[in-house]
Design a binder for this molecule. Structure first.
Ligand SMILES: Nc1nc2c([nH]c(=O)n2[C@H]2C[C@H](O)[C@@H](COP(=O)(O)OP(=O)(O)OP(=O)(O)O)O2)c(=O)[nH]1
Length: 327
């Protein structure tokens, strides 16, 4: 098998547009559009590589801000692992050295370019991350208002019966902080995390403690929590990333730790009128997903219909215990 070439690529976003460049004639994949970047040398991290490549190939100074995702792809003659980061442009005039064209592309129009094949899954990962966090950034206060008053007492009881007093709970996708507040008021230790910095500010105000701002796709906890509560949050995780996120959940839990998650009932991905992506399951599919990962035992999985504004919404819930560490 061919060895894998590690390539760092940068997604530079500005005013809702993303920078793309076309590989010049004579290069591998000439004529295809790509994100700027290059091969990672032995002595450097992906972030250092990216800042160097952007300086060498475009004459610009940049700073890597956060990890987006990765994709391994085999072309006829080589296999590449693209590791994508969001990058902030700092200074310099863009110059073309290894490319013959460049452009800023509106995010919804990204699919209209002829991309190097390895980049296509990265585009969908990037889109799902920006569209969601943008929604929860802009709508943070109305979303928080709408959700803070919902009463989840029976659901809390169903989860908390599996925990020891004072257990340490990760509220994964804490939103307004409603559930963290309840758990804190009942003597539990809380780490709250949300992908939207605006929602995190609202939650901090409610629970009077720091809220971490991060995407669940990027969390790196190891053996830290007695329980993880993901109420209506992982439902936004794209289908092709859910296994990786559930593996991170498994790693973040201590042995015998308990995990709760809820999803909208349905089959596969859908998009609502507000542009949010949902990843839907029925109870059989959700149990099969969790069982397929290994290191988890399902305690219970149930479907229920709840009122939502002037209609109803069917949900699927799962409660799981960690039995081992997922490799
Ligand atoms: N930079 C970059 N390379 C990509 C992308 N997508 C993709 O399949 N590739 C492939 C093309 C190449 O085979 C490989 C990276 O090569 P490169 O030519 O950009 O790397 P480099 O600047 O370090 O190259 P060199 O010094 O060896 O000329 O990855 C992408 O979005 N950006």
């Amino acid at each position: 098998m061919l060895s894998i070439i590690n390539v760092a690529v940068g997604i530079i976003a500005k005013n809702n547009k993303v920078f793309a460049a076309r590989r010049k004639p004579g290069l591998h994949l000439a004529g295809f559009w790509e994100f700027p970047g290059g091969k990672i040398e032995q002595s450097e991290s992906p972030e250092q590589c990216l800042e160097r490549e952007l300086r060498e190939e475009f004459g610009i100074e940049t700073q890597v801000t956060h990890y987006i995702g990765e994709n391994i792809h085999s072309y006829n003659d080589k296999t590449v692992r693209l590791i994508a980061y969001q990058v902030e442009y700092l200074s310099g005039d863009f110059q073309l050295r290894d490319h013959d064209q460049m452009q800023w592309v509106a995010i919804p129009e990204l699919d209209s370019l002829v991309w190097a094949e390895a980049d296509i899954p990265l585009i969908s990962q990037f889109k799902s991350k920006v569209s969601l966090t943008r929604f929860y950034q802009k709508q943070a206060s109305s979303y928080a208002q709408e959700t803070t008053s919902v009463d989840l007492e029976p659901l809390y009881a169903r989860f908390l019966q599996h925990l020891k007093p004072n257990a340490h709970i990760l509220d994964l996708g804490c939103g307004s902080g409603r559930d963290s507040r309840y758990f804190l008021n009942h003597g539990f230790e809380i780490t709250a995390l949300d992908g939207s910095s605006e929602l995190a500010k609202i939650a901090e105000n409610l629970i009077k403690q720091k809220v971490l701002v991060a995407l669940y796709q990027d969390m790196l906890f190891d053996n830290e929590f007695d329980a993880i509560w993901a109420c209506a949050s992982l439902l936004h995780c794209p289908e092709d990333q859910i296994l990786s996120v559930l593996s991170r959940v498994n790693k973040a839990l201590k042995k015998d730790g308990v995990f709760y998650a809820s999803f909208k009932w349905g089959d596969g991905e859908s998009c609502d009128a507000l542009g949010r992506l949902f990843n839907n399951y029925n109870s059989e599919q959700l149990q099969a997903l969790v069982n397929g990962i290994g290191g988890f035992k399902v305690i219970e999985c149930w479907e229920e219909t709840k009122p939502l504004r002037d209609t109803t919404q069917k949900w699927v819930n799962i409660l799981v215990r960690k039995t081992g560490t997922k490799k």
